[in-house]
Design a protein around this ligand. Structure first.
Ligand SMILES: Nc1nc2c(ncn2[C@@H]2O[C@H](COP(=O)(O)OP(=O)(O)O)[C@@H](O)[C@H]2O)c(=O)[nH]1
Ligand SMILES: [Mg+2]
Length: 218
C-alpha cells in the first residue's frame, strides 16, 4: 500500500482536507480537538478509483511539532503539500518543503486549499508563487491544484491526480517480510504497552494478522 504524507503550514487546511477526502478525522487526541490543532501524526486511508487504498499520514504544521512532522514523512511515497489560498506560502510551507527536498521525495501534489475564500486573480498569483517556490527542489513541476475542504470543490480532480501520480511510479516490491519501523513510541502512563504508529511497509498484511519480531539472520 502506498503512503501519502501531508505537509504545510499550520491552519492551512491539511486535516480538514484529509477528513473531507477520507471521512476520517486525523486529529484523534483530545488535546487536538480542544485546541483545534494537529499535534501528533494522524492516520487515514483513501479508497482510490482503481479499487486500491492509499494510506495518508497527516502531520502537524506548527513549528513546535516539526519533530512529529519529520517522523511522519520518513517513509512516504508521495507528498501532499497544502497551501491555503488566502495566506499563500508561509514559514512552515518552506520548512516542510525543505524537509521533503532533503528526504528526496520526488512525487507530490500541491493542494491549494480554501479556494472558496479567494477570487480567481488571487488564486493565480498564489499558484505562481508556489511554482516559484518549488523550483530547484525535488518537487519542481508538481501539479498545483485548487481545492476546498469546506465545499468539496476540486476534490474529485485531486483524487484522480493522486491515482495518476501513484500509477506513474514503480510499485513497491512486496518482499513478503512485513516491516514495522519502531522509530517512535507513544507510551502513556495509563497504557500498559506502547504503540508504534509508523506505517508497516515492505509487504501486504491482512487486518488481524499478528506480526512478530523478525528472526535474526544466521
Ligand atoms: N473556508 C475554508 N476553511 C477551511 C478550509 N480548509 C480548512 N478550513 C478551516 O481552516 C482551519 C484550519 O484547518 P485545519 O484543517 O485544522 O488546518 P491544518 O492545521 O493545516 O490541519 C479550520 O478552522 C478549518 O475549518 C477550506 O477549504 N475553506
Ligand atoms: Mg492539522
Amino acid at each position: 500500500m502506498y503512503v501519502i504524507g501531508t505537509a504545510g503550514h499550520v491552519d492551512h487546511g491539511k486535516s480538514t482536507l484529509v477528513e473531507k477526502l477520507t471521512g476520517i478525522d486525523p486529529d484523534r487526541l483530545r488535546e487536538e480537538k480542544e485546541r483545534g490543532m494537529t499535534i501528533d501524526l494522524g492516520f487515514a486511508w483513501l479508497p482510490l478509483p482503481d479499487g486500491n487504498e492509499v494510506s495518508i499520514v497527516d502531520v502537524p504544521g506548527h513549528e513546535r511539532f516539526v519533530n512529529n512532522m519529520l517522523a511522519g514523512v520518513g517513509g512516504i511515497d508521495m507528498a501532499l503539500l497544502v497551501v491555503a489560498a488566502d495566506e499563500s506560502v508561509m514559514p512552515q510551507t518552506r520548512e516542510h518543503l525543505a524537509i521533503l527536498d532533503l528526504l528526496q521525495v520526488k512525487r507530490g501534489l500541491v493542494a491549494v486549499t480554501k479556494r472558496d475564500l479567494v477570487e480567481d486573480d488571487w488564486l493565480d498569483l498564489v499558484s505562481v508563487e508556489i511554482e516559484d517556490l518549488l523550483e530547484g527542489t525535488t518537487l519542481e513541476g508538481t501539479p498545483v491544484m485548487p481545492v476546498s475542504g469546506t465545499t468539496g470543490e476540486g476534490l474529485p480532480e485531486l483524487i484522480a491526480a493522486i491515482q495518476q501520480r501513484l500509477d506513474e511510479g514503480e510499485p513497491r516490491k512486496d518482499l513478503g517480510r512485513p516491516r514495522l519501523p519502531i522509530d517512535r513510541a507513544l507510551a502513556s502512563a495509563k497504557a500498559r504497552s506502547s504503540i508504534y504508529p509508523s506505517p508497516a511497509s515492505r509487504s501486504a498484511t491482512d487486518a488481524g494478522s499478528t506480526i512478530g519480531p523478525s528472526q535474526p539472520r544466521s
